[in-house]
Design a protein around this ligand. Structure first.
Ligand code: AMP
Ligand code: MG
Length: 347
C-alpha cells in the first residue's frame, strides 16, 4: 500500500459547520468504505479505520508496522454506539463515561465480538473512548461506524501531534489526512480496565488517577507499569515507543548534573542535545538545547513532548540528555513516555 496518493484535507476546528464540510464527508466516506484516514483528536492524531471491516484494520497495522498483538482503541461519537460493541456496562464504567467523555479516557469493557478480531487482538475485552475534539467528533458522527484508531505514527516513533508529523511518517501509505491543527493534551488517553470490581489503570495518560478516584473511589494501577519483567495487561505497554534517533538518557537531579555530563560527552567527541523546559534554556551549553513546555505547568510539557522529541531527529545529535519531572498528576504520563523514549536509561 505504499505509493498511494494521500489526500490532504484542511479543516477549521472552530467552524460551526464542520458536520457539513465536504472534507469531513469525503474522509468519512473513505473510512466507511474500508480505507484508513488520519484525523486529530484532543490527545494525538489517530489513524482511523472501520472497526467492522477486517481489511481496514489490516491496513492500519500495515501502514504503522504495528505488532499484531497490540489491540486498538475503538472511537465512537456517542454512547448510543456502545450497545453494539459491549456485552455489559458496569456501573463504575458508566460513572467514568459520564464524568470524562468526551475526553482522554479509554475504558476497557467486555467485548460483544462484533468488531474485527484484529481490533481486540482476540482479547475478550474491547477498548473504547469518545474523543473530545470537534473534528474527530464530526468525522465519527458522519462515518456512523465504530472507528478503530491507534496513533497515526510509524510504530516506535513519537506519536503525532500535528498533521505534518503524520505526513512525515505515513504519506503515501494511507488514504488521507484531515489537518485540524495541533492537538491539545499531547499524550495519549489514560486506559482504565473496568471489567473488574476495582478499576485498574493500564496506561497513564491525559486523565490522572486522582481525577478517576474522585469519581469512582479507589483505583489500582497495573503493577507492570513499574516492575521490570512482569507482563502488562495492556499489550501495547510492553513495546519500545517514542524513541528519537539519538540515544536518550534521563538525568535525575538534573539541575546540577546535566551540564557536567554534557561537557564530558562533548570532550569525547559526541554531539549532545539537552531536553529542558523554557525556565531552564539559558542554563545549559550544548550542541542543541530544546525546551519542552513550562516546568511549572506540566500540561504544557505533555502538549509539547512528542513534537520536541521529533525535533531532535531534525538535527545531527548523538545523545540527548533530558530533565525529569515529578510523577504527580499528568507528570505520571510524561515520565511514562520519557522512560520509554529513553529505553529506561537513567544517569
Ligand atoms: P494506541 O492505539 O497506540 O494509543 O495504543 C492503545 C493502547 O490501548 C495500547 O497500550 C493497547 O495495548 C491498549 N489496549 C487496547 N485494547 C485493549 C484491551 N482490550 N485490553 C487492554 N489494553 C488494550
Ligand atoms: Mg501509539
Amino acid at each position: 500500500m505504499s505509493n498511494k496518493q494521500t489526500v490532504y484535507w484542511i479543516v477549521d476546528k472552530k467552524s460551526d459547520h464542520l458536520h457539513k464540510a465536504d472534507e469531513i464527508k469525503e474522509a468519512a466516506l473513505w473510512i466507511k468504505k474500508g480505507e484508513v484516514v488520519a484525523f486529530p483528536t484532543e490527545t494525538v492524531y489517530g489513524l482511523g479505520g472501520n472497526a467492522l471491516m477486517e481489511s481496514a484494520i489490516e491496513k492500519i497495522f500495515r501502514a504503522k508496522g504495528r505488532p499484531n498483538d497490540n489491540p486498538l482503541i475503538v472511537h465512537i461519537a456517542s454512547k448510543d454506539q456502545l450497545a453494539e460493541l459491549v456485552s455489559t456496562i458496569p456501573l463504575l464504567a458508566e460513572k467514568l463515561m459520564d464524568a470524562f467523555w468526551p475526553g482522554p479516557l479509554t475504558i476497557i469493557l467486555p467485548s460483544k465480538h462484533t468488531v474485527s478480531s484484529r481490533v481486540t487482538a482476540n482479547l475478550p475485552t474491547i477498548a473504547i473512548r469518545i474523543p473530545d475534539h470537534p473534528v474527530a467528533l464530526a468525522l465519527l458522527k458522519e462515518a456512523a461506524v465504530p472507528v478503530a484508531a491507534p496513533s497515526a505514527n510509524v510504530s516506535g516513533k513519537p506519536s503525532p501531534t500535528t498533521a505534518e508529523h503524520v505526513k512525515h511518517d505515513l504519506s503515501g501509505k494511507i488514504q488521507g489526512i484531515v489537518d485540524g491543527g495541533k492537538t491539545g493534551v499531547g499524550v495519549e488517553s489514560t486506559v482504565v480496565d473496568c471489567t473488574e470490581v476495582v478499576p485498574v489503570i493500564l496506561r497513564p495518560g491525559g486523565i490522572t488517577k486522582d481525577q478517576l478516584e474522585q469519581v469512582v473511589g479507589p483505583v489500582k494501577v497495573d503493577p507492570a507499569l513499574f516492575e521490570e519483567g512482569s507482563a502488562p495487561r495492556s499489550p501495547g505497554v510492553k513495546y519500545t515507543h517514542y524513541a528519537p534517533n539519538a540515544e536518550m538518557y534521563l538525568v535525575v537531579d538534573h539541575s546540577q548534573r546535566i551540564q557536567g555530563f554534557v561537557d564530558q560527552l562533548r570532550r569525547e567527541g559526541k554531539r549532545v542535545g539537552v531536553m529542558t523546559t523554557h525556565e531552564h534554556v539559558d542554563q545549559y551549553e550544548a550542541d542543541l538545547i530544546l525546551p519542552c513546555g513550562y516546568r511549572e505547568d506540566l500540561e504544557t510539557v505533555a502538549s509539547d513532548l512528542y513534537e520536541t522529541l521529533r525535533k531532535f531527529d531534525e538535527h545531527d545529535i548523538d545523545m540527548i540528555l533530558a530533565e525529569t519531572f515529578p510523577k504527580q498528576g499528568v507528570g505520571v504520563a510524561i515520565m511514562n513516555r520519557l522512560e520509554k523514549a529513553a529505553g529506561k536509561r537513567f544517569l
